[in-house]
Design a protein around this ligand. Sequence first.
Ligand code: FAD
Length: 493
Amino acid sequence: MQNSKVKKVVIAGGGTAGWVAAAGLSKQLGKLVEVVLVESEQIGTVGVGEATIPPMRVFHSLLGIDEQEFMRATEATFKLGILFKNWGQIGDEYIHPFGTTGQGSYLADFQHFWLHGQSKGINQAYGEYSLEVQAAKANKFVVHKGGKINFAYHLDATRYAQYLRQFSERLGTKRIEGKIKQVQQHPNGYIKALQMESGELVEGDLFIDCTGFAGLLIDKTLKVPFEDWGHWLPCNSAIAIQTESVGPANPYVTCTAHNAGWQWHIPLQHRVGNGNVFCGEFMSDDQAKQHLLNNVQGKVLTEPRVIKYKTGRRQQFWAKNCVALGLSSGFVEPLESTSIYLFMNGIIRLMRLFPFDGVTEPLMNEYNQQSIDELENVRDFIILHYHATEREDSEFWRYCKNMSVPDSLSHRMDLFRQNGTVQLGEKEMFRLESWAHVMIGQRLIPEQYHKIFNTMSDQELTGYLANIRNQITEVVNKLPTHQDFINQYCKAS
Ligand code: FAD
């Protein structure tokens, strides 16, 4: 272990992960530690990562970020959830929303009410009981301070990194431009310094590897092994392009499954981000590019760019005096927009367990265990989207439908299939409603449900369910359109 105190943190890499780390550290611990970030404009960043999830707002409030200023700077729009098309079967559609759905009882969650209603011929979709789904379908939105609607953002990744750079530099983060040529180690293997191509030596006590898929410190230097999840998450390539907007921005991402993966559509204020995520074994790069170009609207603004990746994670996220954040630490899938959240939470976790008096095994082990648990929960949720399908129209979907999945996920799916119950750990990011929306949306309909509702009369049940729907309709009717709200909210003051 390293007993020397941590007074200087060096962040290698200035993509979204690097600047998120710099912003968090300089805001919260900037008076206690020196923060230096090294990045290379020549190498650039991965340049994708434009959809987010609601906990990002918690991170922003920790930094004291003004939402309207942030939205103007990053051309952001609001996100209420994701519209999934063609996942359970070709032609299927459902929205996985943020927020709560319906209202359950102490003994049984709302999906049991809903199932009882279905058995009595009340055929409204599960999404009818979600404010966020109904607002998304009507293209409506409003920010309620203190919040009724739960939401996240779509944003321009490049502008977001620039925004956080200004934020961090204002708080004292020192930025060094240039390529890292070599990583120097102490005799005990701890990292001593980054040697730049310019000859400069950037020494530090703690290093954060944000060098993206290159993994310059955690992989190339410390050789921490990678656990490959390709057998569960077989998509391994993506092609991204930007297009002109052709209409008002929707307050949701659209993920449309195709025969070897899926396509994203993310509406920003000034343009649309599009991408095709696919499995290279079942679709070539040229086919994927053509598929993407055939399925976008509006003038194409950028050259299609192919990104190859492996799904999985490092065996350790924190090894010696190096913590990996972002793509260097592992990658699940962009399907549920979790990466930015994971490294925001990663830097918060590091700051809570910060090794002020030197790196110790308990700190490192705790950090690693929490990070592994969190990522594996997210992993299971993403695999669910591929595995809970009736599609058999291509080799890719036959593989996904029939593949074996982690025991933790099989158990959860079996429990839901048999009696409609979802059991979650306390700290899981995706809550009950998320699991229920995706399982129901992908045709995993429970065979049984809790019998507590048999004690309700049909009239009570009908009234209860209708009341929830009516309240939602009343709220949605009064909301402005998403586009009108953005125009107003993001107007320069
Ligand atoms: P990068 O952006 O690659 O940054 C790496 C940095 O390291 C750069 O600054 C680079 O210059 C620097 N660097 C590397 N080598 C050297 C060197 N030798 N010397 C100096 N500097 C160096 N996340 C979401 O939350 N939502 C999404 O919707 C989403 N969509 C995605 C879609 C795809 C196809 C992919 C692949 C990822 C997606 N992600 C998404 C993940 C998200 O893009 C990344 O997590 C995020 O951008 C962070 O990347 P990074 O900072 O780790 O790496």
